[in-house]
Design a protein around this ligand. Sequence first.
Ligand code: ZN
Length: 316
Amino acid sequence: MDKVEKALKEVKESIEGFDQDSVRNELEELIKNFNVPIDQAVSTVIRKHRDDSTRTKGKKNISEIEVDESGLEIEGRVIRKTSREIEVEGEKREVISGTIADESGKIGFTSWTAFPFEEGAVVLIENGYTREWRGNPELQIGDYTNLKEGDDEAVPDIKELKSPKEVTLPEVGNVFKAKIEAEIVDVQNGSGLIMRCPECNRVTKGGECQVHGEVDPNPDLRIKAILDDGRGVTQATLGREVTEKLTNIKLEEAKKMARDALDKSVVKEEMKKVVGKTIIAIGQAIGDNFVVREVSEPSWAPEEKAKNLLEELKEV
Ligand SMILES: [Zn+2]
């Protein structure tokens, strides 16, 4: 048998669904024109065509999905689902949105068509596409998207999918709930004692809500921080409970501090003491803001961690 035909036969044994003529030409070129040994030519061609086939066919891990993709096939579990009514050209339409997750990550979705799956169900989505929403890909399910019941065994259960995953800052958007360890590098304006509109919860300025005008606002505590874990940086928002725990300043104390000083900004100044602290935070990325729901301090001091890391490096 001719060398090229022999090589082609080997390729056939490893991959399928390729264009024989173009593969034969590639092999011929490698073997005859470039004198590449048969084995090497075969593995080169297989590698190339295997990559092609995984790019265009087959399921994709959710964490690998990018903005502006089409023809997507994914299998994931619905971990959140909401419905709302919108008006399109004068007609009311129901739009379903939510979150779908697999072992690798999660993605928000919007369905413009019937979506007969409840929270907890595994769904196989064929021919989905993505667009950008606040810097992240969002899966779109349209009229040409196929929805099928997926394999329940193929995806972790909902409890596991919703549990916090330890990630680095560049990855917080990929998981439903993220657990990170990072240093607070800044406490920004808008932190400290703030006032909120009793109607809509917006932060008021000088007793005025931008929507409801003059109101009798409620006091609240918040930190808007910048976190850095050495891999990435993010803005983060810490609500009252988390702020109280981290700073050890309760809302009542903060109000007293502000009254005594006749100035709310003393609270923010006091809170700046957390700058330089390393925290373990559990939360969710909403757009480019990391909303911290739980906070704790590492059980080891950062210096000790650095020392351990150095030890590890020495051993390598
Ligand atoms: Zn308001």
